[in-house]
Design a protein around this ligand. Structure first.
Ligand SMILES: N[C@@H](CCC(=O)N[C@@H](CS)C(=O)NCC(=O)O)C(=O)O
Length: 214
């Protein structure tokens, strides 16, 4: 039986789709609508209590969190090299996953969903946006410093690059600037075959009506 990957358009689930594609993992893409209360309908909370995407539904149950999905795919397809095999390389991968999932992604939430944090006061939302844009610029400088002159986040193309690409897309999509090294990384990843397929799957998968959520 194939796994089911729940995603929504333009979301961080793109990293999981690209990783499935790179690994040749058999899966069905399930596209949910994203709303103010999260993805899909209330029934989706059975898979993800906060109704977040991605979720990878496997024979052994749902896997939440991008990092966990990438580790699962790497375990099943270890010959592909989605993540490094050596302990030092894996430690570095976890550092990237922690920073991307724990610092960079939450910063974007303040831009995308300000009312969740400061309510409907538009002045407070404007102030939050301004300080978030400043903080994001600092965060990108930190990423650029980690990346240095490397083409990839780790020693070669990996699932970490697919995850990083989510955030360079969001930044450019929001008309914000990126350090030069990240702009180059963005272009490199936009042309990577697994990412090209992922973007195409994202765009061509119709939204699943809620009653058909698996
Ligand atoms: N740490 C989680 C974050 C998941 C997440 O926040 N996904 C967003 C889409 S990019 C979402 O589903 N948001 C719904 C909401 O916040 O209500 C992961 O990386 O899987």
């Amino acid at each position: 039986m194939s796994d089911y990957l729940y995603f929504s358009m333009g979301s961080c689930a793109l990293a999981s789709i690209a990783s499935c594609e790179a690994a040749g993992h058999p899966y069905n893409a399930v596209r949910l609508e994203m709303g103010a209360d999260g993805a899909g309908e209330s029934t989706y909370a059975a898979l993800s209590p906060l109704r977040q995407v991605p979720v990878l539904l496997t024979e052994d149950g749902p896997i939440r969190e991008t990092g966990a999905i990438l580790f699962y795919l790497d375990r099943l397809h270890s010959e592909i090299g989605l993540l490094p095999k050596d302990p030092k390389g894996r430690e570095l991968a976890v550092r990237w996953l922690g920073f991307l999932g724990g610092t960079l992604h939450p910063t974007f939430r303040l831009l995308w969903r300000p009312s969740r944090y400061v309510g409907n006061d538009t002045a407070a939302q404007r102030a939050l946006r301004a300080s978030t844009v400043n903080y994001l610029a600092k965060a990108w400088e930190a990423v650029a410093s980690d990346l240095g002159t490397s083409a990839w986040a780790l020693s070669s193309e990996s699932a970490i690059d697919y995850y990083l690409h989510v955030f360079t897309r969001w930044t450019l999509g929001a008309q914000l600037s990126l350090p030069e090294a990240l702009r180059k990384h963005h272009e490199r990843l936009a042309a990577a075959p697994a990412m090209v397929r992922a973007v195409s799957i994202e765009a061509s998968t119709p939204i699943k009506p809620s009653k058909e959520e698996k």
